[in-house]
Design a protein around this ligand. Structure first.
Ligand code: GDP
Length: 394
């Protein structure tokens, strides 16, 4: 059996185990390393070859995508990662980072249950970090933190080991202060904490990372990081403490599964009657309930045409399923239903609740549409764009 076929089989198996699924996004201020991190996680998890990460793997992608890495314009990419002897399916949904796309960011946030907040270790948290993190928090999305570009601290700023740690403490304190200001009711639960591993440090570009749990496994701690970087040897560091492993372990450990998340998030992101059949089905991520799907993005495939990508909150989708596109008062039939394997779309016979799906045939759907088998389902809250003035951190 080829490796690709094995991977497809694994994904097909995992889609039925929502407790093994993580639907997440990555948010960052521009240039803090979101694209590099996305591409290198995908490559590290073996979903694309490392040499091709960020290069011209897909000739049909537009030129912006070729320049900026393969994950940037994909609506969603998926990775299989082993943690504690078990496989997990991690869906990374594109959450646009630019403030002008605020509406789009909020919409994408509705489809994810957790985010990795990427912060450049030299610059610290910036206005756009706050804007996108605020949108995530308001959608009841749980954050973990990746402090990126640690190499710059040592190569460019030549900081001492003490200064390096001081800077880390400052970034974490700033993000925590922000979480507390936006989501005080969740602060105790969501507070970032180095010791429990909800924070990792590293370099997306040079492919290494560390966290307190990883230090216990590998013996590579801050002291070793400092020494390897001083010796200009990120290669050994990347081998001993690889970026993808540390970061994806953090995602699995700290970000919720759809089962756990939907119980808490549905009442925040959906204003319909929670006791209705569709409300209960979404709350319980029930594959037997009515279909409730929110579209995050429409992408164009050169062969299949328009593909609607979104989060399936309840029910099971099959080719032929008829769906009401609620905002358009239209009815469309799903011709094919697919999942992602890395950046590729794989068509399957059916997809249960909790997954990110790619549908051909929903010609009336657009980003933000709610699609359901229930004609009078309450659509997801209308999209709000939060653009209030930025709170400057002391
Ligand atoms: P995005 O705008 O957040 O998607 O950022 P990119 O991933 O495009 O990265 C912006 C720039 O920072 C690029 O030139 C990357 O090569 C560089 N970069 C990303 N991660 C690192 C890192 O860990 N260390 C260093 N020194 N540069 C990095």
């Amino acid at each position: 059996m080829t490796r690709a076929k094995k991977m497809v089989d694994k994904i097909k198996e995992l889609m039925y185990k929502p407790e093994k699924i993580r639907n997440m996004g990555i948010v960052a201020h521009i240039d803090h390393g979101k694209t590099t991190l996305s591409d290198n996680l995908l490559a590290g998890a073996g979903m694309i070859s490392e040499e091709l990460a960020g290069r011209q793997l897909y000739l049909d992608f537009d030129s912006q995508e070729q320049e900026r890495g393969i994950t940037i314009n994909s609506a969603s990419v998926s990775m299989v990662h082993e943690y504690g002897g078990e496989d997990y399916l991690i869906n990374l949904i594109d959450t646009p980072g630019h403030v002008d796309f605020g509406g789009e960011v909020t919409r994408a946030m509705r489809a994810v249950d957790g985010v990795i907040v990427v912060v450049d270790a030299v610059e610290g948290i910036m206005p756009q970090t706050e804007t996108v993190l605020r949108q995530a928090l308001r959608e009841n999305v749980k954050p973990v933190l990746f402090v990126n570009k640690v190499d710059r601290l040592i190569r460019e700023l030549e900081v001492s080991p003490e200064e390096m740690q001081k800077r880390f403490v400052k970034v974490i304190a700033d993000v925590n202060k922000f979480i507390k200001s936006v989501k005080p009711e969740k602060y105790d639960e969501w507070k970032l904490d180095v010791t429990n591993g909800s924070v990792a440090f590293g370099s997306a570009l040079y492919n290494w990372a560390v966290s307190v749990p990883s230090m216990k496994e590998t013996g590579i701690g801050f002291k070793e990081v400092y020494e390897y970087l001083k010796a200009d040897d990120s290669k050994t560091l990347a081998k001993k403490s690889p970026l993808y492993k540390v970061v994806l372990d953090m995602v699995i450990r700290h970000l919720p599964s759809p089962i756990e998340a939907q119980k808490k998030r549905i009442p925040t992101i959906w204003k319909g009657d929670i006791n209705s059949p569709v409300g209960q089905a979404m709350l319980n991520c029930d594959p037997k309930g009515p279909v409730a799907l929110m579209i995050t993005k429409i992408v164009t495939d050169p062969h299949a045409g328009e593909i609607a990508v979104g989060r399936l909150f309840s029910g099971t989708l099959k080719p032929g399923t008829e769906l009401y596109i609620l905002d358009k008062k239209a009815k469309n039939r799903a011709q094919t239903v697919g999942l992602f394997m890395g950046p590729r779309r794989v068509e399957v016979d059916e997809i249960p609740a909790g997954n990110i799906v790619a549908l051909v045939g929903l010609k009336d759907a657009s980003a933000g549409s709610t699609c359901s088998t229930v004609e009078d389902m309450e659509p997801f809250e209308s999209i709000k764009h939060f653009s209030e003035p930025v709170v400057t951190m002391a």
